[in-house]
Structures are given as C-alpha cells and as structure tokens.
Design a protein around this ligand. Structure first.
Ligand code: SAH
Ligand code: SF4
Length: 344
C-alpha cells in the first residue's frame, strides 16, 4: 500500500495538504477506493441500510443558485403533500422492510411546528426511524421535532468556503448554517451533513476544508454529491461536477470518519449509470430509494436527469435491492443507527 493511503487507513488522520495531494492526483485512486472499501468493511460490515426518501414539498423560500427548487424558478410546478399522503409513502417503504424514512422538502413555512409534530407522531406509530431534511430552522423548531420523535437531521454545509458560500446562497449566511448544525448536535440528533462537489470556482483546497470541517464536527452521516447544472437556474451553463472527484471525496470521508453512515448519492448515479454501486464499493453503506409517488417526484427537480424519475416506488425499491444483492452485499433489517451516535 502507498504510504499516504496506509497512514490514512491505519490512523484515520490526514493533513490538509495530504488531502489536496490526493485530490490533485489520480494515480492513487484505485488504492484510495480500495482502502475506503476495507475501512467500511472493517468498521461497519457488509450491510447496506435503505432509507425511504419522501420529497414532500418542492416549495422553497430560499434561492440557492444551483438548485431547481429555488424560489425564483418560475418554471417549476409546485406541490405540497399533506399528512395522509406522507403516511402513505412511509407505509409503502415499511411494507418493503425499510426502517427509516427521510422527509425532505424546500424551506416551506406552510409546515408549522404543529403540523410537523402531527406528521412525526403518525410516522412513529409505524415504528420507523425518522430523518428530517427541511433546511435551516430555529433551535426551538429543531427541539420540538426531536421531542416529537424525529431521530436524525440532514443539513449539508454545501461548502465551507465563505466567498463561494456567499456567491451560491443569496441572503444566506454560512455562520447560521454552522450554528444550525451545532444546535442539531446539541439536541443529540444523529446529524448528517455533507457538501457539493464541483460548484463553479470551487478549489480543491476548499474541498479539503469541507472534509476536515465534517471530521471536526464529527457528523454521524455525510452525503457527498457532485453538482449537476440545472437549466432553470443561473448556473445553467456551468459544467457539471466530476463523478470521480466526488467519489474521491467520499472515499477520503470514509477514511477520516470510519464508522459513520455514508450514502451512495442519487447525484452520483445521475452522472454515472453505475454510480451507486461504485460508491458502495468505495466506502458507502447507505442508499436512499425514492418512495415519493411518481407524479410528485417528477416535480422535485433539484437537478435534471435524476435517476428513477419514471419508476414507481415499488420498482425503485426492488431495483435498489437487486443491485445490492448482485454485488454480494446484504440488506440491513435494523434501523441502521450510526455507530457514532449515543442516546443521552
Ligand atoms: N432544502 C433542504 C433540503 C433539500 S435540497 C436543504 O437545502 O437542506 C437537498 C440537497 O440537494 C442540498 O443539500 C444540495 O446539496 C442538493 N442539491 C441542490 N441542487 C443541486 C444540484 N444542482 N446538483 C446536485 N445537488 C444539488
Ligand atoms: Fe431550497 Fe434546499 Fe434548494 Fe436551497 S438547496 S433552494 S434551501 S431546496
């Protein structure tokens, strides 16, 4: 094994310049992916956890320049699911043995604390673990969701580069995003974060900073996704991020945080038709099949070409399961709580 990869494998420590070196050069890629795969196997085993993704509203008050749900995108037909619709999606996931649902939306203030509590209470009756991904909320809101029974929260930092953050997120504030993540940690959520790879003018140095930020915060889950240009956003003409670069960031994340959950992201699959399988063999241990009804998932256009958009919930789940089995991995039957998280 190359000495740098060996160091990362045995100590789970990399300096910033070492990360940048790995990102700049491709001759160690095969060894990097292999070391990440071994690290995953040694620390968390062969099981793959499935999370049923419910995209319950595409209405968003924010205006992130890369995202199709941004409020300035007038071309998108908007929708909201009610509690009953959400429960139906969750029931479908449960019928297929899925033990976690991820409720994701734009930042949609229609869903008050009371409404979210009602949704969470109903999902809890199905004995599901609940991940929320609703964007930036106040400490009190996060606390109320947690008390209602939410287990996990997913909020990507997107980028830790203050200048790039400002350019990509009009009227948003990097410090507030960091505060949200710290609040979620303090409330003892299992915290998922992550970054976008390949934003315009994003440097390898800043991506290395993103990795060290996530390591330092000790996230329980990290989702790494390539940027995909959406024609209905101001970044329409920008090149897509690189699949390989995103895969390398994901593999380094596994080496830096050996026990966390790492999803093989849909955006990876969108850029490479074997993307999720390759990711599962390079450090990932989670897949989030979409269980949103087809008529709605078609309208949740964060970026174009999202895989599985023409499939129904059944087809999506079955195809994900068969992919996992085909590479000799097992489908987990438990909640798949991160090994890094402890109840308080
Ligand atoms: N509104 C919530 C959750 C929905 S967006 C939030 O922002 O946290 C979910 C994720 O989609 C974002 O975190 C972002 O990383 C990703 N995303 C948005 N636009 C994208 C694009 N054009 N390409 C790839 N990923 C994108
Ligand atoms: Fe809204 Fe999230 Fe898209 Fe930003 S990334 S525009 S907050 S849905």
């Amino acid at each position: 094994m190359n000495s740098l990869i060996e160091k990362a494998f045995s100590s789970n420590i990399l300096e910033k310049d070492e990360i940048v070196f790995l990102l700049q050069n491709d001759f160690l890629n095969a060894e990097l992916f292999d070391a990440a795969d071994k690290t995953r196997k040694k620390n968390i085993g062969n099981k793959v956890h499935l999370r049923g993704l419910i995209e319950f509203s595409n209405i968003c008050a924010k205006n992130c320049r890369y995202c199709g749900l941004r409020c300035s995108n007038k071309k998108l037909e908007r929708y909201r699911l009610n509690t009953k619709n959400i429960i139906e999606c969750a029931q479908k996931a449960k019928n297929h043995g899925i033990k976690t649902v991820v409720l994701q939306s734009g930042e949609d203030s229609f869903y008050s604390i009371e409404t979210m509590q009602e949704i969470i209470h109903n999902l809890k009756k199905l004995n599901l673990a609940i991940t929320l991904s609703l964007g930036e909320k106040t400490y009190e809101e996060y606390k109320a969701y947690k008390e209602a029974g939410a287990n996990r929260y997913l909020l990507r930092i997107e980028t830790t580069d203050p200048i790039l953050y400002k350019k990509m997120h009009p009227k948003m504030n990097l410090n507030n995003r960091i505060t949200c993540l710290k609040n979620l940690k303090e409330l003892n959520y299992e915290v998922g974060s992550g970054c976008l790879v390949g934003l315009p003018n994003q440097s390898l140095n800043s991506l290395a900073n993103d990795l060290l930020f996530l390591q330092n915060l000790q996230v329980d889950m990290a989702g790494i996704g390539p940027f995909i240009a959406n024609p209905d956003t101001p970044l329409a003409k920008e090149p897509n991020g690189s699949f390989i670069l995103a895969l390398k960031i994901m593999a380094i994340m596994r080496l830096l945080l050996p026990k966390i959950n790492i999803p093989a992201t849909t955006s990876m699959e969108t850029l490479n038709k074997n993307g999720q399988i390759i990711a599962l063999q390079s450090g990932a241990n989670v897949i989030m099949p979409n269980v949103t009804k087809i008529n709605y998932r078609k309208k949740y256009i964060i970026y174009p070409g999202k895989t599985g958009i023409e499939q129904n919930e059944e087809e999506t789940i079955l195809s994900v399961k068969s992919k996992i089995k085909n590479i000799g991995r097992e489908i987990s039957t438990n909640f798949g709580t991160s090994k890094t998280w402890k109840a308080k």
